[in-house]
Design a binder for this molecule. Structure first.
Ligand code: NI
Length: 397
């Protein structure tokens, strides 16, 4: 079963929507234009219900099959937000908004789910209900968390939920998925070191926070190299080192460090959080300084449930053939806010190849429109296979 013919016809329209969204990127929850565009398209297609304002700027569309006797309700999710970056692609449809750019392909994810919604409203060749979910603020704002906290799963009766992300470096239309942890938990770390400021020529009169914080940065790496089971995964990255002085000749009395901790396993996460605090306070105390740690658990592990992952892999294989679907792909230490939806309901997150393009979050990245028929077919086949119509109507040739 190749890509659905209907999407070969619709691909040109979907590409126009994708490029329009690309040209008008919006950040975090400020997806007002994109959300309005999505809601108006869903209404135009004839969705049975279109609800705006779920999780602030999220949009949900409900599409009932020709029958709904199966009682099944499946959610399909796309993300709508862009990144605070400046685009360097020089494309005719490049971002018109300085400092904002669709560098993660959420423009493509939104357009593909719209394409699937159009097909599903036209054909309704299934027994059950498809719920299309468009979330804001995937890039750090927790839009998925907000939609779940807003009662989305209960309100629409969603029983299972599926997500999809493009993947540069994987051939267009190839799929990769795995059961269990697919993407990491991403925790935010802030460390404030307090010492005693002094003249830079008289260090003995102070407690040098730069030296103390530098030792903390190095000591933190032992959490990965010495405290974590070598067969498990963890990343500790310090990404910001800020003193309270800009002078050449002043030892600063305060340093603030920021960073992230990535783990695929709750035990490792608990261990790192606990030992990190002891380590940081201990290193500071050894030098007569003090340190305070703020450890914020932001996005949890994106964990695919077993049965739904096997099902998703089977659907992808029906479209592109089993040779182009990796059912045991490598996990990634990046994070996904779809994790909140997967914590609320069983489901699976899948990668689809974006071809040989710049990586996501790079200023030269662009979503590859060639994968539109594959992504749309995956969504449509997923619904039609999970909730087969009692009297299937085959697609016109
Ligand atoms: Ni993304």
């Amino acid at each position: 079963m190749p890509v659905l013919n209907r999407f070969a016809d619709l691909a040109a329209d979907i590409t126009v929507w994708r490029r329009d969204i690309h040209e008008n990127p919006e950040l975090l929850f400020d997806t007002h234009r994109t959300s309005a565009l999505v809601a108006s398209k869903l209404r135009e297609f004839g969705c049975d219900e279109v609800v705006e304002g779920i999780g602030r700027t999220g949009v949900v569309g409900v599409i009932r099959g020709r029958d709904t006797g199966s009682g099944r309700v499946i959610g399909l999710r796309a993300d709508m937000d862009a990144l605070p970056m400046t685009e360097i692609t020089g494309l005719s449809y490049a971002s018109k908004t300085p400092g904002a750019m669709h560098a993660c392909g959420h423009d493509g994810h939104t357009a593909m789910l719209l394409g699937a919604a159009r097909y599903l409203t036209e054909t309704r060749n299934f027994d059950g209900t498809a719920v299309v979910i468009f979330q804001p603020a995937e890039e750090g704002g927790g839009g998925g968390r907000e939609m779940v906290n807003d009662g989305m799963m209960e309100r629409f009766g969603i029983q299972e939920v599926y997500g999809m992300h493009n993947y540069p470096g994987l051939a267009v239309g190839d799929f990769s998925i795995r059961p269990g942890p697919m993407m990491a938990a991403a925790d935010h770390l802030t460390i404030r070191v307090t010492g005693k400021g002094a003249h830079a020529a008289q260090p003995h009169n102070g407690v040098d926070t730069v030296v103390v914080a530098s030792q903390i940065v190095l000591a933190l790496q032992t959490l990965v190299s010495r405290a974590t089971d070598p067969l498990k995964s963890a990343v500790v990255s310090i990404t910001s080192f800020q003193t309270d002085s800009q002078a050449f000749n002043v030892i600063p009395g305060q340093v603030e460090l920021r960073g992230t901790v990535r783990t695929l396993d709750t035990e490792v996460q608990d261990m790192i959080e606990a030992r990190l605090k002891t380590l940081v306070e201990g290193v500071a105390a050894a030098h007569g300084a003090s340190a305070e740690v703020d450890y914020l658990r932001n996005y949890p592990v994106t964990r695919n449930t077993e049965a739904e992952t096997a099902f998703a892999a089977r659907v992808a294989a029906e479209i592109v053939g089993p040779g182009r679907v990796d059912p045991e792909g490598e996990p990634m230490m990046g994070a996904e806010d779809f994790s909140f939806m997967l914590n609320a309901r069983p489901g699976a997150f899948i990668f689809v190849g974006n071809g040989d393009t710049a990586k996501v979050h790079h200023p030269a990245y662009d979503f590859n429109d060639e994968l539109i028929p594959y992504g749309c077919s995956y969504w449509a086949k997923l619904i039609e296979t999970a909730m087969p119509a009692s009297t299937p109507v085959s697609e016109p040739a």
